[in-house]
Design a protein around this ligand. Structure first.
Ligand code: EPZ
Length: 419
């Protein structure tokens, strides 16, 4: 899918089923290599990043089979040899970072392409490295690759200086294989970290404090493959929620993980949405015109998620007043501002971490370009809200995280075609 064409100003109506969570599936697929046998991961989203992770798993010797409703992995073939993740098949795949902790735990040595930054920020890995060094891992940078190795992987008392989902996950993955106990202070509490801990616990790991910012991991337990169902994707659900708010629609988001979306729901209600939640999903009635929330500030869970900042910004372009959006997690996550301004949005970028958006009566459809995953999905939302035709290019970014955003929005009555 290169481009998506939208004929806007159609209030979304109908029911859509929310896919499995990308950011839960990736670390859980990586974790399967720590078992000695077969796991069956159900409800894995059919997205590019999961396909990339499958390629990585096969590169290191896993046998992977996609079945009707999930992915079966057999890690019995993953040996204790040095694993290299620097072939052209895997370069440029940031999701390989999810494998760092698991490969250290399994093989005690891994060479991987140094994971670069991306358009939303530098995305350093200093916390990953410092924490794993405390567990006995040595790192050497050679020819743009990172060699991580240890002959004494042991538990440690880790204090993460800032909340990092990936660093928390990599420490957990190494700690379940390490000798002794690991304490992680300042751990990320995101639902995706909880899902990883629950999967590992089901495999036989002993993890305490799940869901809190202080985790204890008793390492060295033998782990057995398990069947596990990936939870629904709270970011995809939130994307469609803000699209409903922005178009004044009425939708049911089946399987939306409502309990993990409190900050998102609170913001959507402030925008004028009427929301009913249940075990089966979320029913949303959007306002005729969104109200402008005075301040939306992103924060680590349970705060407002950075991955929905662009979707909220798109919805607020038609707000009835002024909204300030502060992005506290990444330093360059307002790439869609220029594209929204082309559509007639009134946005002032006050700094690389703050924008001020004043609602306008309408957006005008026009050609826009996606530069990254969540911004691309937000541009589609803006197209749904705009008068006339919007053509979003660069949609391969969107395929990294959304199974089929065109199908989903068409299920909700939108006039969307992909080319
Ligand atoms: C995960 O990225 C998610 N990706 C991101 O989702 C999400 O936006 C992010 O967490 C925050 O919730 C996956 O789970 C695959 P971090 P991650 O480490 O782990 C800084 C999406 O669209 N930091 O929590 O890479 C970092 O620069 C993606 O689905 C360091 O300084 O994010 C950032 O400012 C985008 N040093 C902050 O911490 C480090 O060693 C949080 O990053 C690590 C991180």
């Amino acid at each position: 899918m290169g481009t998506i064409e939208i004929l806007g100003r159609v209030p979304l109506q109908g029911n859509v089923v929310i896919q499995g969570s990308k950011n839960a599936a990736l670390p859980i697929l990586a974790a399967t290599i720590l078992t000695e046998d077969t796991s069956y991961i159900k409800n894995c989203p059919r997205i590019a990043d999961v396909c990339g992770m499958i390629r990585l798993l096969e590169e290191i010797g896993c046998r992977v089979r996609r079945r009707s409703d999930g992915i079966e992995t057999d890690s019995s073939g993953v040996g204790k040899k040095v694993i290299r993740l620097d072939s052209e098949a895997v370069t440029g795949m940031r999701s390989s970072l999810c494998l760092l902790g698991a490969l250290i735990g399994k093989c005690r040595e891994v060479v991987m392409e140094y994971p670069g930054g991306c358009v939303i920020g530098a995305r350093p890995i200093d916390m990953h490295i410092r924490a794993l060094e405390q567990m006995g891992v040595s790192f050497v940078l050679e020819n743009g690759c990172l060699r991580a190795s240890t002959d004494d992987l042991h538990g440690a008392q880790i204090s993460l200086p800032k909340v990092s989902v990936g660093a928390t996950e990599n420490v957990i993955l190494a700690a379940v294989a390490a000798e002794g106990e690991t304490l992680i202070r300042g751990a990320a509490r995101e639902p995706e970290v909880v899902a990883l801990c629950r999967f590992l616990s089901a495999c036989g790991a002993r993890i305490g404090g799940i869901g809190t910012d202080c985790l204890t991991v008793c390492g060295g337990k033998k782990l057995y493959g398990r069947e596990y169902t990936i939870p629904a994707d709270r970011i995809v659900a939130g994307t469609y929620l803000f699209a409903c708010i922005g178009t004044g629609g009425t939708v049911f988001l089946e399987k939306a993980p409502c309990r993990e979306m409190e900050a998102v729901i609170e913001t959507a209600v402030y925008m004028g949405g009427k929301i009913w939640t249940s075990e089966s999903g979320m029913y949303v009635q959007g306002p005729v015109r969104p109200f402008s929330v005075p301040l939306i500030r992103t924060a680590p869970y349970p705060g407002f998620p950075t991955d929905l900042q662009s979707a909220a910004l798109a919805a607020e372009t038609l707000g009835d007043g002024e909204t300030v959006i502060e992005e506290t997690i990444f330093e360059n996550r307002f790439r869609i501002v220029g594209e929204l301004q082309k559509m007639g949005a009134c946005i002032v970028q006050e700094s690389d971490r703050c924008v001020r958006v004043t609602g306008v009566p309408y957006l005008m459809g026009c050609p826009v370009t996606a530069a990254e995953l969540r911004g691309g999905a937000a541009l589609v939302t803006a197209g749904l809200m705009a008068r006339g035709k919007t053509k979003v290019s660069g949609c391969s970014y969107i395929e990294r995280g959304y199974e089929n955003i065109c199908r989903d929005f068409r299920d909700l009555g939108a006039r969307v075609v992909s080319e």
